[in-house]
Design a protein around this ligand. Structure first.
Ligand code: GAL
Length: 415
């Protein structure tokens, strides 16, 4: 073959490779667990935003609230040497993957766009590894909320409960009115989400000492026994078919008035909005009684794995996720609040405005804590140990005193 032909073949092959590279640079495969109606509505805001920038979206949804199944699927993909372009991830899971040295570096976008100045330090603790940005936080959810059907609230006296005793009185009144007082899905992560709020309602110092510092005295205290007693009391207000129910189906029970309230993170609000309901008219959002002034948060972050091609698309996606306009448009639908502190609350409803104000106040007052249930208080192994004891107790396998002992033992074993 003449030299000219060889050179021509090399030129064609190079052009094709560059074209392929360019094409793959504008495509992201995203692993996430946003599969409910409200979550999918929020996700479509991101998909459209990226497609408008020429980045096509390959969807890799893995259903399962709280993301356990998604993280299992991720481990399989990475083990097979085929990491997705980007992954929805929470808190300590991000730190664990970062420590493996397999995440991409987002500093070029982060430094160019000044993320350090607008992302709260509480989030940066999870978004950065050894000073490098390795994740882009799209929101801040919080878990210590109660979502109350307005008609059911009015039929039960009309005053939103501000204390534990008022909460029980409201639940009793709803039971007497013939509806399911507490709409709940019997899954470990959902019981743990309620446990977050119950522990926090017994004092934010107690929450920090027990759920974050794993202080043995706090874990074995009378307060922890009270927390389990309160969980047992709440168990008496759920329906007989709660076991295994997905969280968004419990939200639907409150939306339809079959249940009076749901104790859940503010992703639940996305379901109410998707159903065309309005805060103050169709439902009421309150902080779990006793937790007013404090917030247990979890931030959804997109982590980019260090893959051979696709780096440009990863940076384009990180830039999109962190764009202030996008952060408003996405979070208005998702039920969360922006990760950035420079986004106005103009487009948010009253619950969103309250969420943003509560987050700022808790951050200022030192009463902002990572949610244990959603991976922002302790690493996954310890979180899962807590899950197991809380859900076993909720399902009657342990009485409260035994649960206290089992919790301390399980945490010690998981360390
Ligand atoms: C949380 C996540 C939310 C929502 C929720 C229910 O962990 O941060 O975005 O997906 O789980 O699955």
């Amino acid at each position: 073959m003449k030299l000219a032909n060889i050179l021509k073949s090399i030129a064609i092959a190079t052009a094709l490779a560059l074209f392929a590279g360019a094409a793959s640079a504008q495509k992201v495969e995203v692993l996430h667990w946003w599969t409910s109606g409200g979550e999918a509505a929020a996700l479509s805001v991101l998909k459209k935003d990226l497609e408008g920038k020429g980045v096509s979206w390959a969807d890799m949804p893995v259903a399962g609230g709280g993301g356990e199944a998604a993280m299992t699927a991720l481990r399989a993909r990475v083990t097979a040497g085929n990491a997705p372009t980007a992954v929805q991830m929470l808190g300590f899971d991000i730190k664990d993957w970062a420590a493996q040295g397999v995440l991409g570096n987002l500093n070029t976008v982060a430094n160019k766009e000044g993320w350090d100045a607008v992302i709260p330090k509480a989030l940066q603790f999870f978004s950065k590894h050894e000073g490098n940005w390795i994740a882009a936080p799209v929101n801040v959810h919080s878990t210590n909320w109660v979502w109350i059907n307005k008609k059911a609230l009015d039929a039960a006296g009309g005053k939103a409960p501000a204390t534990w005793d008022e909460l029980l009185a409201m639940l009793d009144a709803m039971k007497a009115n013939g509806i399911i007082p507490l709409g709940h899905g019997g899954q470990a992560w959902q019981e743990a989400t309620i446990f977050d709020a119950v522990v926090l309602s017994l004092g934010h110092d107690f929450y920090k000492a027990s759920m974050m510092d794993l202080n043995p005295e706090a874990l074995k205290s009378g307060k922890m026994k009270e927390a389990f007693d309160r969980m047992a009391k709440l168990r008496s207000y759920v329906d007989d078919n709660f076991s295994g129910r997905d969280w968004n189906l419990a939200s639907a029970m409150v939306i339809e008035g079959k249940a009076g309230m749901q104790m859940m993170g503010d992703w639940a609000k996305g379901e109410f909005l998707k159903a065309g309901q309005k805060p103050g008219m169709d439902f009421v959002c309150i902080r779990f009684p006793g937790t007013q002034g404090s917030v247990t948060f979890n931030s959804d972050q997109f982590v980019m794995f260090d893959i051979k091609e696709g780096g440009d698309a990863q940076l384009a996606m990180a830039a999109s996720v962190m764009d202030p306009k996008f952060q408003s448009a996405f979070n208005v639908v998702k039920g969360s609040v922006p990760a950035r502190t420079d986004v106005a609350d103009t487009d948010f409803d009253d619950c969103g405005k309250k969420g943003m104000a509560d987050l700022a106040e808790a951050g200022k007052n030192g009463s902002l804590f990572g949610s244990m249930a959603h991976g922002h208080a302790v690493p996954a192994a310890i979180k899962n140990a807590i899950y197991d004891v809380v859900t076993a107790h909720f399902n009657g396998e342990y009485d409260s005193a035994t649960a206290v002992d089992e919790l301390a033992n399980a945490i010690d074993a998981a360390k």
